[in-house]
Ligand binder design. Sequence first.
Ligand code: SF4
Length: 590
Amino acid sequence: MIRTTACALDCYDACKIKVTEGMFPKMTGDNEHPAGDGSLCTFLNRSIHNEVRIEKPRVNGVEVSMDEAMHAVCSAFKKETSLFWRGSGNMGVMQEVTNLFLERMNGTLTHGSLCDGAGDAGIVAGRGVNRVLPLEQIKEADTIVIWGRNVTVTNAHIMPFLAEKNTVVIDPVNTAIAKKSECHLQIQPCSDIYLALVLARILVMEDRQDNKWLEKFAPDYKAFFDFISEFKMSSFLGYCGVDLEEVKAIIPYLCDKKVVFLVGTGVQKYTTGNAVLHAIDSLAATLGIFGKKGCGVHYLSNSKLGFDNPFEVVCKTVSKVTTEFSDFDTVLVQGGNPAESMPDSTRVCKSLEKVENLIYFGLYENETSKRANIVIPAKNFFEKEDVRLSYGHHYVEKMNKIVDSHIGMSEYAFTQYLFDAFRLEGLESEEHYIRFWLNQCKEEDGNYVSAGFEEIPYAEGFGEGGNEPFVFIKKLDDRFFHATDVDKRFYLLSSKTSKALNTQFKRDTKIQIHPKVGYLEGDKVKISSSYGVVELEVVLNENIRSNCVLVTSNTLGVNFLTPSIESDEGENACYQEVKIKIEKTEGYIK
Ligand code: SF4
């Protein structure tokens, strides 16, 4: 017998999983699923099985029964102020069922994002809603522009959809896909907005814009063309660190072709992150590629678009990026690790340490669980029922329980315990909520499909109803770039690696530096920013620009370097809005 579920890890692919039952159960991807190719990545094949789980609940460092631990949780929620801070360790919809309890306790939730919120805001500014571009449209494209997304690491299951296409890569790093592409523009970090506007300007100068589409769907295009004609091309090219001929080399891949842009999150980890996606969308609109077969811009979409969310509540909220934990008597951290994954770790850790009742509800030990007074082990996604939406494609999967486990409790069971303990009414059954999500899905060839799915998004127009025009970007205010482009410090790139999902799984202690900078492989270096210091070991990497360093997001201490600031729109963390100094040290690497 074969049972099915879906991977709940924070990843574009949201793979469907098949598990054969029997003496030697085997787990594979589903090669019949439209978004899969039958394979699973190393996180599922190895990491998740090797990682040591928290098995026993703890109160003040002492292992206790689950009932004793939940009594302590109840006492903590009798205090005056409480906050839920939820991470993205598990992307199942049932994670949010805990909101229902918090609302009844008059507690506080967070708003904003540590991931894609700035880019999402830029997309919404132009298109009105952030719809997913179906993989099937990507498959129809002639040219794929991979813009700041290391697809082979973060989105490997999209690779079959890119086969035999012309690929253009725009990335400060010479990634594996960049090496195989027709063109690679190795631009400066934080200069993506300038490149998008330069490309739009070249299209207009060469009269290659799609006038027919613009007249119909984006009638304010003349104001945009005036805006891009005002800037000095040579200055913008200088910011990008590439010359005009290199940029012009990609124009033939964009014009009179079916073009898809795949944009990653790295381009928007700045205060201007919203403007970057808005500028890339404005370039796409100049080409007239929205609403056409085999065309569009693929970013992280709003996976809940079109759904009624039974866990949407009316609560006070505070910023997820600059959360002041110490303002609350009780803080519940669920499926996350703010002590290491939020920017500005020095501030965050000090703030967490002042919380009277810090409750950690999760799978693995980390810097947050170590600081918690109450630790509740969670069930992993093989051990509970759930529903998986995806920000990378439009398929929805019912997550069936695959194994029984004595470890931990599900988010639903946690919520139910608290409803019972506080004699609250109104919590529906787990099955009710799961059906509530699935019943809203459409069905296509035996697969659930997102309620917001459109085969060719924006074919009729923009906005919720598809009857609004596209809105172009009209201003540019890049304080960080202009404040720092002349100094000698290094840009920090903090991309993902195939070994970890942020602070989940394998951790690292390395910094990647271009050999030209003068350090040797294995040198111990002190890295500092205005926010903090960390010691790391040098790995030489010729694939990055010499004015950048790459410290992957699973690196211990990387967020001691990053700032507690939010993007101008979208309330997003600005992990890369910082420049760092490097000094050699003989010190011990922690
Ligand atoms: S590729 Fe992504 S969704 Fe698929 S198994 Fe790996 S982490 Fe999960």
